[in-house]
Design a protein around this ligand. Structure first.
Ligand code: ADP
Ligand code: MG
Length: 366
């Protein structure tokens, strides 16, 4: 068992059209691991240090195939995120460690771009899956049987929906159950055995469509739901005596709902209710992170409120438990988003204090 802290990366995106139209100023600057934010009114600068500070604000060109590539300057592209963060997740998975990758930030800050990507600019999730199968296909150890399972769910209004199945979810969503050994899980969630990256790609595509369709039907956008993809990687190892052991790793990949507060979006009535239920998962996540940070700082008798939301139940092991965990905090560069961006930087700052205790998952095959 090894204890290590949650790794935190921040990434600042280019201006979007709305910010350009508003004549926005860039208030973010970075040097090495340091990210600075300038208060546009006072000029006051605050500095934070993370495991990685990714500058993706400028310095890229679109290639004819639509891929954003660095133009020789310092633009941090999708491949860079994979090699810094995704590759380590894969290495851990082969060793039998659980891993988790979260994307946090306000709507439009670049969470889905970093996680899933758009068009030719594939994000860290598809690149990681693709590389996993490349490694499986070249693995020549015939004493080992390798299996991959894929699942994809959405948490909306504290209800869980399976994004792999087309049917409407049962009233109230899928049930969360607790297993004394492995913790919380979603009852009846599809775990699809997959044999190639192509199969994952198809499942991710239809899952993304299901997420969007559901959001439209509920008169909301996908920015208000949390999406969790789980890749389960199993290696069945047979020794010379013919005994078989299974080494497994769960990789949780989480695209969180937008972190902006409901009051800043002007929501009222039903929409406010939805907003506060979504905030229940997100604000509980914040409370869990704060409690774990306090614990890591030596505070005793800290109660970690995992049970207060669906998200924190399902991600319990990723937060202070048996997992190697990474958070990517997505940042808008624009002065108009100063308050939200500062709160994202503070959130990320707290997350890096969390200590996890990852252990190898290996036991006799059942
Ligand atoms: P979120 O998922 O946080 O709501 P998106 O990932 O959809 O936000 O990003 C919003 C917009 O910004 C998209 O058009 C996306 O292509 C663009 N964008 C985000 N991050 C980057 C980046 N690192 N480089 C280039 N464009 C980006
Ligand atoms: Mg998104």
């Amino acid at each position: 068992s090894t204890s290590d802290s949650v790794k935190v990366a921040v990434r600042v995106r280019p201006f979007n059209q709305r910010e350009k139209n508003a004549g926005s100023q860039c208030i973010i600057s970075m040097q090495d691991k340091t990210t600075n934010i300038k208060n546009p009114e006072t000029g006051d600068i605050k500095s934070f240090s993370y495991d990685h500070s990714y500058w993706s604000h400028d310095g890229f060109k679109e290639t004819p195939s639509g891929v954003s590539e660095p133009d020789g300057s310092n633009y941090a592209d999708q491949k860079r995120l994979f090699s810094d963060l995704g590759q380590g997740v894969l290495d851990n998975a082969w060793q039998g460690y659980n891993a988790a990758l979260f994307a946090y930030g306000q709507t439009g800050s670049g969470k889905s771009y970093s996680m899933i990507g758009y068009g030719a600019n594939k994000g860290i999730v598809p690149i990681t899956c693709e590389e996993l199968f490349k490694a499986i296909d070249t693995s020549s150890d015939n004493k080992k049987q390798l299996r991959v399972f894929f699942s994809m769910l959405e948490i909306y209004n504290e209800q869980v929906r399976d994004l792999i199945v087309k049917e409407k979810p049962p009233h109230g969503g899928l049930k969360i159950r607790q297993n004394p050994k492995s913790g919380f899980y979603v009852e009846g969630l599809k775990q699809v055995p997959v044999r190639s990256y192509k199969e994952i790609e198809k499942l991710m595509e239809s899952g993304t469509i299901n997420r969007t369709t559901a959001a439209t039907n509920m008169n909301a956008t996908s920015s208000r739901s949390h999406m969790v993809i789980t890749i389960r990687f199993e290696q069945v190892l047979v020794n010379d005596a013919g005994q078989s052991n299974t080494r497994s790793s769960d990789i949780n990949l989480v695209d969180l709902a937008g972190s902006e507060r409901a009051d800043s979006t002007g929501a009222t009535g039903d929409r406010l209710k939805e907003g506060s239920a979504i905030n229940q998962s997100l604000s509980t996540l914040g409370n869990v992170i704060s409690a774990l940070a306090d614990q890591a700082m030596g505070k005793t008798k800290v109660l970690v409120p995992y049970r207060d939301s669906v998200l924190t139940k399902l991600l319990q092991s990723a937060l202070g438990g048996n997992s190697r965990t990474i958070m990517i905090a997505a940042l808008s560069p624009a002065d108009i988003n100063y308050d939200e961006t500062l709160s994202t930087l503070r959130y990320a700052d707290r997350a890096k204090k969390i200590q996890n205790k990852a252990t190898v998952n290996e036991s006799p095959t059942d």
